[in-house]
Design a protein around this ligand. Sequence first.
Ligand code: PLP
Length: 420
Amino acid sequence: MRVLTDPAVTKISGFDLERIRKDFPVLSETAYGKPLVYLDNAATTQKPRSVIEALNEYYSGYNANIHRGVHYLSQKAGEAYDRVRVLVKDFIHAASEREIIFTRGTTESINLVAATFGRKYISAGDEIIISGMEHHSNIVPWQLLCEEKGAVLKVIPVLDNGELDLASFQKLIGDKTCLVSVVHTSNTLGTVNPVKEIIRIAHSRKIKVLVDAAQAMIHSTIDVQDLDCDFLAFSGHKMLGPTGTGVLYGKAGILEKLPPYQGGGEMIESVSFDKTTFADIPVRFEAGTPSIADVIGMGSAIGYLSTMDRKAAGMHEKFLLKEATAALEEIPGVRIIGNSPGKASVVSFVVDGLNALDIGMYLDTRGIAVRTGHHCTEPLMNRFGIPGTVRASFLFYNTGEEVRQLTESLKMAIQLLTKK
Ligand code: PLP
């Protein structure tokens, strides 16, 4: 396979795409006998060998339940698990590892905030602001909370190019607003929202902000102290780590005041039938045996990302996006949904008269994995008046040749499907 990289990236940094691709075993797999072209990275990223080995090492070398165990294996597992909290803290530049809560993913992180912050601070008539480009996991928990509490959900509109309408946000935010919860990087449009500005506006009115960074972690460098967000939610599996892992970052001063999330083992200080007292943060929010191996695997993913040249990776992703956008724009009948400046390497498109699913199925026969449908952003699809899109989401390990294969196969799909 011809590997095409932006020559500028190679020259500046020695970004070695072929070597990077070898770190990800799945990338040399085939689909229907054809080389796999994996362009579904926004759904989940592939895992480097170091992550796969970390899981294997845990299960074959030191599988044990953590904390409270006096024996060697338990302590070894506990230390490995606890080390990840420090790694995550450094990765997002949190002030303390007390601010890092392990969850099953972005979805659970957001639900945790809805269940604790929501339970404590949201009452009838209060308002929660989200945006029109949210993933369902940053819509439904708030709808459930609003229904329960009699609160009101307000939505920042999306402009035609896929940017948020910040002027409308300024009008929506008011005395009744209790929380703003917005996505950093849209999984459907690739839009990178001005979250720092949104946080600044909200904080000027003493309103807390949650940032859904599910898509942001792999493409951007996130510094929670610089952003000044109150909560940040993300998933390990979208940043090279195992599924079933995620993080909720919360400012210590806020977390300390929140009630527990789930009840059970680990999250308590002492239990009696008269009264139970709860552990300090972050463990107060981590009831039960966690996904130990997977958290350790997530630590390994952070290790991988921390040693790579992320600036060069970002430049390469921009190159892939530019190539894909230019080639798609030349194909008659193709319309790209979302073209905000500075967007992430995600391209969503529709083709006149054709169904996204049919296109996805044809591309699949060529070994090309894209995603089709509403991408768990149904309200956003309604906003654009379409049932769904074809979405190709690129990561630093994708190649210019893969972009070419996508666009050439798309032309064939259009020809074939239009004939019918
Ligand atoms: N938020 C965004 C922007 C996403 O893209 C996703 C998943 O695609 C989620 C939230 C939910 O993530 P998870 O399913 O890992 O909890």
